[in-house]
Design a protein around this ligand. Structure first.
Ligand code: DGY
Length: 331
């Protein structure tokens, strides 16, 4: 009898399974010889190297960096299935050249991530966290209501510039239209989207009161929002990033907050995660910061795991993946 394929799962996801009320890995356990990372601490690079040395498939998170050097030590690996839409933690070229198919989870997290982007636009624009802290620390009790306290920026009537018009950028555009915003958009391919005025990046920066980033992190988009781009934006602009931290040059961002060029920021993603507790960004009251929770609703996270498990099972069977990030490797 043929042996079940050997699979490594880098996180048992017990908490999410409890919330979902079912064993999310059950289909995988039934079809594969499944080794689930047993520790509370995340699998470190050396752990991954060891665990993947004989694995044929892996179910991983966006925090598991699978670069060329690590993949070179995985001779049996046939399928990588990441529980994320972003795959910048995986060297796709190296995977393709080793005939490893890579699965990801597009589509299922679009609306949830767009909700968070919109929450950050509202929270940063209307200074919700800053004002809440003023109350919680007792500062309000010691003062009074004032006509100019925590005055922020209206979203209605303002111009939103969306950088990247993929599914999440489009979902943010739909929300913005409902809020009575004028919507400008830029995408590398010049994609046309109903209700969004497609413009050059320079025009978007020059006209937008709010800018929201929705591009994948690639060699072309790394540092796209650099000192020049920030200087080209309207003074006092509100900048939101739910894509990847590397899209923004973080030291330039800190400078733009310091100089007041940026009115506020809403950031869910950072160049290095988790962000250091001493990082200068944490010192700005007008920086709304969240720990990479764009897709964090129970329903969406469960849908992501289900799709990732389906990708892994399909790949192990040699079938096309429901969502493949490197179609070149599918034979
Ligand atoms: C992704 O899937 O890439 C998001 O950043 C996290 O859900």
């Amino acid at each position: 009898m043929k042996e079940n394929p050997r699979v490594f799962v880098s996180d048992g996801m017990d908490g999410l399974a409890r919330r979902a009320g079912r064993d999310l890995l059950a289909p995988l356990r039934a079809a594969a010889d499944c080794r689930v990372w047993p520790h509370v601490r995340p699998a470190a690079r050396e752990d991954l190297r060891e665990e993947l040395a004989e694995a044929e498939g892996v179910l991983c998170l966006l925090t598991d960096v699978l670069d060329a050097e690590l993949l070179a030590g995985c001779p049996d690996l046939r399928v990588i299935s990441s529980i994320s839409v972003g795959v910048d933690h995986i060297d796709l070229d190296a995977a393709t050249s080793q005939d490893i198919v890579v699965g990801n989870t597009p589509g299922v997290l679009t609306e949830t991530t767009a909700d968070l982007a919109f929450a950050l636009l509202l929270t940063a624009g209307r200074r919700v966290v800053e004002a809440g802290d003023f109350l919680r620390t007792g500062a309000w009790a010691k003062s009074r209501w004032a006509i100019d306290s925590f005055v922020g920026r209206d979203l209605h009537g303002a111009t939103l510039g969306i950088v990247g018009l993929g599914p999440i950028g489009q979902a943010v555009a739909r929300r913005a239209q409902g809020f009575g915003m004028r919507v400008l958009g830029w995408s590398r391919s010049g994609r046309e989207v109903l209700g969004v005025r497609g413009v050059a990046l320079e025009q978007l920066f020059a006209e937008a009161d709010f800018v929201s980033l929705h591009v994948a992190l690639t060699a072309e988009t790394r540092g796209l929002i650099d000192a020049r781009a920030l200087a080209a934006m309207k003074p006092g602009v509100v900048l939101v990033n739910t894509a990847r931290g590397g899209v923004i040059d973080q030291p330039a961002l800190v400078e733009a907050l310091e100089s007041g060029q940026l009115g506020a920021v809403g950031l869910d993603v950072f160049e290095s995660e988790p962000i250091d507790a001493e990082h200068p960004l944490l010192g700005f009251p007008n920086a709304v910061l969240t720990p990479h929770i764009g897709s964090a609703s129970v329903e969406t996270r469960v849908r992501m795991v289900d799709l990732a498990v389906a990708n892994l099972l399909a790949g192990l069977r040699g079938e096309p993946l429901p969502a493949c990030a490197n179609p070149g490797a599918e034979r």
